[in-house]
Design a protein around this ligand. Sequence first.
Ligand code: CUA
Length: 671
Amino acid sequence: MQSSLRRVFAGTFCIGAAALLIHACSRPSGKASSVLTGDAASKVYVAPGSYDEFYSFLSGGFSGQVAVYGLPSGRLLKVIPVFSQNAENGWGYNEETKPMLQTTFGFIPWDDTHHTELSMTDGVPDGRWLFINGNNTPRIARIDLTRFETDEILQIPNAAGGHASPFTTPDTKYVVSATRFSVPVPNTDVPIESYKQNFKGTLSFIKANVPGKMDIAFQILMPGYNYDLGHAGKGPSDGWFFFTSYNSEQANEKLESNASQNDKDYIAAVNYALAEKCVADGKAKAFPSQYVHNWMDEASRSAKTEMKTSVKMLDPRDCPGMVYYLPTPKSPHGVDIDPTGEYIVAGGKLASVIPVHSFTKMQKAIQNKAFDGELSGIPILKYAEVMAGEVQKPGLGPLHTEFDGKGYAYTSMFISSEVVKWKLGTWEVVDRVPTYYSIGHLMIPGGDSKKPWGKYLVAMNKITKDRYLPTGPEMAQSAQLFDISGDKMKLLLDFPTIGEPHYAQAIPASMIRDKSIKFYELAKSGSPHVTKSEAAGGIRRDGNKVHVNMIAIRSHFAPDNLEGVMVGDTVLFHVTNIEQDWDILHGFAVLGAENSELILNPGETRTLKWVPKTAGVYPFYCTDFCSALHQEMSGYIRVSAPGSSVKLSANTSPKAKAQLTAPAQKGESGR
Ligand code: CUA
């Protein structure tokens, strides 16, 4: 019954050529239920108490976050907040993390994340960091994988839509970001119809190998196309970076048709080793640019913000040999480099073939000056001189390719909604398997690196339709796990994800698991607001700011009775979880707070700002069920009318109280 309904439904769904470009056709096998054999079930079964083989990091798409899933089970392990405020744990709401979301546009509580990228050593993911881009307000974030926390965010100036990002070089010296939307550079008030004259693209190379020190190494000023995706060379092509672009027509309206006119667009091949030399030789111009760098200070675990004011801008005309164009059919999306570093695979989303360029042939063509003219000082290489081969009849709408390290490539086909497996060198299609529905990115652990762990493939689908129980007009997002260890790909599992899973990366769990830290050492805390013991807690007035220093431990806060606060005050609850034990967290929430709760990792200090509006007594409590007496973990703060004579007090131990009320009274006298 269910599968016949699906057939009928999918048939309706596929009618019309226009629909073909908007949605993919599903390819109902009519045997969907029999796919999930006991064999498939046992392959994804991770017994209670056992661990998954891989960590996978899925972009949260328009949730602005990263979600961590175990593979093969598809179990959600954690949501790592990055670009969006996260009320669940106070990210972007508490005072320590708010600066992470600062930009030149002010405080921005949201972004659209697209591509996760693991740091690499010698071209292989190393499990130190995960990078992810903000697409709407171009930014790149670094996540530390000993703590699964965002530690750093760098804004990208002279860009709009940081889509081709944050792909890394094999040594993580750089991550890159290229602009999806060309804009006036610098951005000024010009007619939109002056696009061809005034709009430019930029390719940014960002220093990435020192935590807390990300910065723009240099930018390359490019023609005003739309830059879409990128990947670094490796092995023989190490030192080069490849970026796809579309809209070489430079249309500024109705891009759907106007940017699809040319038979070929371009992959920009950038010799960044040469770019470095040109920068060192003074060929780059200092270009005034405002952008923000935010990082989590390690000692205080409080975020800091700095404003940057200039970048080094390289014009390809001033650094001959730095950029070449590889003509590529047709509005290419992905550009993926095989594990040997020889093949440059493009996904022309409207192309009928998968074109593959050869790095060796590209080098020869450059030597022989086999050019078809130039654009803005960038030589265009002859297509026939650089092409290694074309995969014929792969399906419709090739987007992205990853590799299994055994000589095969796997390409996602959006329109025909399938994964196509083909052989490098012979370009023959050897297998194909439907996805449900409309696959975008696909991911093999390490599948864009020198050494893929080619056991599983995850399809990240754009449309879910009938795959899960209905949940109203919006369905859960859809990812699917395939076994690619044999000749034929096998569907193992559907698992829903949070936000649109644009892209993912995965790494064997053994490379991260044992490095995971269990708590923050209280003795080493450099937080200016830490309270290291119960006796050290208290309350202090500084003008109309009232600082409360409080500890949380099973199963109480200390102090837990506070008086002397007045309407018009701003109360700052600095709460320290003084537990030194793995996974013992506390929370903090106060009645009427307009932001969120705090969630406190063991050994961590976080600050909640609260501006009480009316006199009264307000309870606060622990939000994270921590012990048998969790419900008892609560307290009260009394708020009096302005000018009240109620003495500022906190019921810390009498000794501590004497110490702490002393400076407080000084502050009070200033009122
Ligand atoms: Cu502490 Cu519940």
